[in-house]
Design a binder for this molecule. Structure first.
Ligand code: SF4
Length: 453
């Protein structure tokens, strides 16, 4: 058990899932820190451990339960006093979790995160509780944030929930309807993070392009970007999670007009065959998506595009898959992620006829990624010889190589630029920008030489 100089128990938090969860984790740690709880990185140094869980697909649930059971073992051995479970798992399964996971002291649903101090105090006293969510997403810039490393990068969550009803997705049932934060509140947080010296800010939500539609007045993402543009910022601003039907000329113009906005578009398409998209309850088709991509590239010629596809959706035929392969060959994405369909309990897609075997879905996924690898390599090769700006993030010890990201690389999900420094040249600074010349290309990563800092 950790020995602390304060009477408050030391707390460690394990944040699972996406950056949206990470923002909630940072706010919970900020509240605990303000209340005087020592925050420790390592669970071995903690008295109380929190797991902020993700549960939107089965593998994420398994990861969450495994993390909780590891902590339960530590508790049984006496090296941990109590365990708190927050986020999507308690939201999805409710108070029955007390029966299924009796080792966990406190469960905190989504919308009750601001009660984390009360939860940890109760857990440390050996109480068992289930804190129900209010249904309101309470994140505001007045709440303190304990920012996790790296310090040069921060996510800004502009909304929670989702009003779409994609037939395979559990997120609307878990996170509830779309709830935008007030624009002034987001601008204040943005300004504060810029003042703190953050080099890259990433706007996130389940669907960033739906921003504002639930607020009174004429509020939307384009207006928000214009308001953010009034804050002077020399770093990078990145927009994630755009919904294809909402990427229009107005939004693209606003992105192109904003000096801090990197030409990067993450737009999960999931599929392009119309019958499959219809069954997924998603709009569009291959042609409309190609038009959208062409328009986006007109507004931002250096645009890097990332997308996600779901393979093996019920009813997906060889013909549907071929259509998707042809589309990928034509669309020239910079980055693609592919997932095999998993029938999630409670979703319409789980009950649909024509379920595709896991083997078939995985085979299609691999074939699609093979097609994309050739395209990725071509797009990388086209950059050889060019001078670009990168954000340096780490150093490979003993190799004189620094790992960096370009505008084409979102944190966590994309690739790297490996920067070589000639002997005697000034060394890159971690967390700072540098100018490099691209000297080589691999399927995913790029090699470069430092030009100047
Ligand atoms: S838009 Fe995204 S979060 Fe919303 S229902 Fe569809 S897949 Fe789920």
């Amino acid at each position: 058990m950790a020995m602390q100089s304060t009477d408050r128990p030391a707390v460690a938090l394990i944040s699972l899932g996406c950056p949206k969860n990470l923002v909630d984790s940072e706010v919970m740690l900020g509240l605990l820190n303000r209340a005087g709880f020592p925050i420790v990185q390592d669970v071995a140094d903690a008295d109380v451990a929190i797991v902020n869980t993700c549960a939107f697909i089965e593998p994420a649930q398994e990861e969450a339960v495994d993390a909780l059971l590891d902590l339960a073992e530590m508790k049984a051995e006496g090296s941990l006093r109590a365990i708190v479970c927050t986020g999507c798992l308690p939201q999805r399964y409710g108070p029955q979790l007390h029966t299924e996971l009796p080792e966990i002291d406190i469960f905190v649903q989504i919308g009750a995160e601001t009660s984390i101090v009360e939860a940890v105090e109760a857990a440390a006293k050996g109480q068992q509780r289930f804190l129900e969510g209010s249904g309101n997403y309470g994140l505001t810039c007045d709440l303190p944030r304990w920012r996790s490393d790296p310090q040069w990068l921060s996510y800004i969550r502009i909304a929670d929930g989702c009003d779409h009803r994609c037939s395979f997705c559990t997120i609307p049932a878990i996170r509830g309807p779309y709830q935008s934060r007030r624009p002034q509140d987001i601008v204040s947080e943005y300004r504060r993070l810029v003042d703190e010296g953050v080099q890259e800010l990433v706007l996130i939500a389940q669907d960033t392009t739906a921003y504002g539609h639930d607020l009174p007045g004429d509020v939307d993402l384009t207006g928000l970007l214009k308001a953010l543009g009034s804050v002077e910022f020399d770093g990078w601003l990145r927009l994630m999670y755009a919904y294809p039907a909402r990427v229009d000329a107005r939004l693209l113009q606003a992105m192109a007009d904003m000096p801090a906005m990197v030409p990067y578009l993450e737009v999960p398409l999931q599929h392009v065959s119309q019958p499959i998209l219809k069954a997924m309850r998603r709009p569009g088709d291959a042609e409309s998506y190609l038009q959208m991509l062409a328009m986006a590239r007109q507004f931002m010629p250096a645009l890097a595009v990332r997308t996600t596809f779901l393979l093996g959706f019920p009813g997906e035929t060889d013909r549907d898959f071929e259509l998707l392969l042809d589309f990928v060959a034509e669309a020239c994405f910079d980055r693609v992620s592919a997932f095999a369909f998993s029938p999630e309990e409670g979703t319409p897609a789980a009950e649909m006829p024509g379920q595709v075997s896991v083997r078939e879905a995985l085979d299609r996924m691999e074939e699609l990624m093979r097609v994309q690898e050739t395209i990725s390599l071509e797009r990388n090769r086209a950059l050889v010889g060019r001078e670009i700006q990168v954000l340096v993030e780490s150093e490979l010890p003993d190799e004189q190589i620094w790992l960096a990201r370009s505008w084409r690389d979102a944190p966590e999900v994309d690739c790297q630029v490996k920067v070589e420094v000639v002997a005697g040249a000034p060394l890159p600074r971690i967390g700072r920008f540098a100018q490099v010349r691209i000297t080589g290309a691999e399927t995913h990563d790029l090699q470069a030489q430092l030009i100047h800092l």
